[in-house]
Ligand binder design. Structure first.
Ligand code: UFG
Length: 318
């Protein structure tokens, strides 16, 4: 297939673009490099340095589909500046969908998020769990999920929303490229812990130690970016005209902040001193996926452990 990957210079988009190329697809990347890096665009993919809302300049009938990653994605920022999320995610995506309709491109795989669920009432979140986001980031992604459902029903779009849990690790294509997280400032747990283990930072921060969890810290479902990318290749092929399907992408296993700190200590062999801080705004206590639907319908089985995620994230720093 000929595919447009928005956000293909960013962390997850670049790894998926790489996997799509490896699977034999033709890939063009749309990225304004606001947070992406041009050296992150995988070799073999052409880069269009444009905003999402300018996709109409690139899309034409020769494209078979779009994988839409470009987005604003920081929970804390979304609480402080929600307008950035209404504009950057919802309005920009509306323009993308207009451009797809006008160009007759009728297949999309969208980066949704576990943050659409908010505080889950069940241990393993299925796609049937009510979506009640606790922050504007999750709300903006949920709004797009609704847009895709309506667009599929009205205009026969083949649409899939993939709700990621906590993505970690990195990919190392044969040409020597390193496809990894490079955020500035870095807010994510594993890269920040690696900075402490590497001596770049004095101490890690634990945001909240009074959550209703066994060790008091937040529990998340960490998923390796290569496993995640594999689900995209499968979802793209499974998408059906007139249908919008949602899949949760996680391993089904929860890991607490303190357990991640321990994994980083074991992998690096360095101490990871941590200071306890109050809770961070917008963070739910527990987010763990049920992987059943993706296993049954996509034949998707994530394989990589939290240890491999930490090892690959560390290797990417060198
Ligand atoms: N945390 C710390 N210290 C840090 C950084 C994070 O204790 O220095 C904690 C957070 O409070 C949270 C957990 O570690 O409990 C994971 O935090 P991250 O910032 O790594 O990831 P988030 O869970 O906030 O967010 C990620 C994605 C979102 C997505 C969400 C869904 O970035 O896009 O997972 O769970 F919505």
């Amino acid at each position: 297939m000929k595919l447009l990957v928005t956000g293909g210079a960013g962390y997850i988009g670049s790894v998926v673009a790489y996997q799509l190329l490896a699977a034999g697809h033709t890939v063009e990347v749309l990225d304004n490099l606001s947070t992406g890096h041009d050296d992150g665009v995988p070799a073999g993919a052409r880069l269009h340095r444009l905003a999402i809302s300018e996709a109409g300049q690139v899309l034409d009938h020769s494209f078979d589909g779009v994988l839409h990653f470009a987005a604003k994605s920081l929970v804390g920022e979304s609480v402080a500046h929600p307008e950035r999320y209404w504009h950057g995610n919802i309005v920009e995506t509306l323009h993308l969908l207009d451009a797809m309709r006008q160009a007759g491109v009728d297949r999309i795989v969208f980066s949704s998020t576990a943050a659409t669920y908010g505080e889950a009432k069940v241990q393993n979140i299925t796609e049937e769990e009510p979506a009640q986001p606790t922050n504007p980031y999750g709300a903006s992604k949920l709004a797009i999920d609704h847009m895709l459902a309506a667009e599929a029903a009205a205009h026969s779009l083949a649409a899939v929303s993939l709700r990621y849990f906590n993505v970690a690790g990195a990919a190392f294509p044969d040409n020597g490229q390193v496809l990894a997280e490079r955020h500035d400032p870095e807010t994510h747990l594993i890269p920040n812990l690696l900075k402490v283990a590497g001596g770049e930072r004095e101490a890690a921060a634990i945001f909240g130690t009074d959550y209703p969890t066994p060790d008091g810290t937040c529990i998340r479902d960490y998923i390796h970016v290569l496993d995640l990318a594999d689900a995209h290749v499968r979802a793209l092929e499974a998408a059906q005209p007139g249908s919008h399907e949602v899949f949760n992408l996680g391993t089904g296993t929860g890991t607490s902040v303190r357990e991640v700190i321990e994994a980083v200590r074991v992998v690096t062999g360095h101490p990871v001193p941590a200071v306890e801080h109050p809770r961070r705004a917008g963070d739910p206590a527990v987010l763990v996926a049920s992987g059943e639907k993706a296993a049954q319908r996509l034949g998707w089985h994530p394989r990589r452990s939290i240890k491999e995620m930490v090892e690959d994230a560390r290797r990417a720093l060198r």
